[in-house]
Design a protein around this ligand. Structure first.
Ligand SMILES: C[S@@+](CC[C@H](N)C(=O)[O-])C[C@H]1O[C@@H](n2cnc3c(N)ncnc32)[C@H](O)[C@@H]1O
Length: 253
């Protein structure tokens, strides 16, 4: 039997944001591999082998998945959100790149998912309607000075900025350093949103301004959205404002 490897994204939370392609891949898998809390979101059937692991062993997990695929298993590697955004698809391809040349001939497919920034944007309105970028604030895989440089460059380019991995117990202070950079370079009235646990029962959204934002509210389940100079609010009676970035710059249509 020839093996298959499907690297799938489970979306940010609810089942309704999981694609039919991903549901089918999970249903037919012999082996499910991933960070244990993501695997816990799956309904598995008798006979499927679930290989849960810690979040810090991405490359080991990737190599394990490739070895099982080479043995003829139907393997699914799961990520939260989209598997290509700060997630397992790149780790698997790194392992292919550096590993057994025979792995290059394996049947490997990346199955997309809804990323946290898309889900947060949908809840907020349309903040990603014009040019934007995504930056992970984690310095686990790159040095902090590079994070700070990219943040300054994103502000310089006037992008809407989606900040992933804004804080964790081990990294509580970087979000404050990030906001110091943002406040030194951008208008205080810039819209800012803290979108926490989007699509989950404990979802919480704060819409504020750069001047008034309290970065202490963020945790590892939060996506931070920083507006560009064009991002605006539409105030609504009895409902949260819409946050949106017009399609054209300076009113161009
Ligand atoms: C390692 S990254 C994985 C990103 C994922 N692959 C994606 O496409 O959304 C984890 C970060 O994604 C963001 N995130 C994931 N799920 C989220 C959710 N439901 N609500 C808000 N942010 C979320 C947080 O910034 C979190 O620290």
């Amino acid at each position: 039997m020839s093996g298959t490897l499907r690297i799938v994204g489970l979306g940010p939370g609810p089942d309704c944001w999981v694609t039919p392609e991903v549901t089918a891949a999970v249903a037919t898998a012999t082996d499910l591999i991933g960070y244990a809390p993501y695997l816990a979101r799956l309904t598995t059937r008798v006979g499927q082998v679930v290989h849960g692991s810690d979040n810090r062993v991405e490359l080991d997990r990737a190599r394990h998945a490739l070895m099982l695929t080479a043995q003829g298993r139907k393997v699914v590697v799961v990520s939260g959100g989209d598997p290509g955004i700060f997630a397992m698809a790149a780790a698997v391809l790194e392992a292919v790149d550096a590993g057994d040349p025979a792995w290059r001939a394996l049947d490997i497919t990346v199955c997309p998912g809804v990323s946290a920034m898309q889900a947060a944007a949908a809840r907020l309105g349309a903040p990603l309607g014009h040019d934007f970028c995504a930056i992970s604030l984690s310095d686990n895989l790159k040095p902090w000075p590079l994070v700070a440089k990219r943040l300054r460059a994103a502000v310089e380019g006037d992008f809407v900025i989606a900040l992933y991995n804004p804080a964790s117990k081990a990294r509580p202070d970087q979000i404050f350093e990030a906001f110091a950079i943002l406040r030194a370079m951008k208008a205080g009235a810039t819209p800012v949103a803290f979108a926490r646990a989007i699509g989950r029962p404990d979802e919480a959204i704060v819409i504020t301004t750069l001047a008034e934002a309290d970065p202490a509210v963020v945790d590892m389940s939060t996506l931070v959205m920083i507006g560009s100079s064009e991002t605006k609010l539409i105030l609504r009676p009895g409902a949260p404002p819409f946050v949106y970035t017009p399609r054209g710059v300076g009113g161009v249509r």
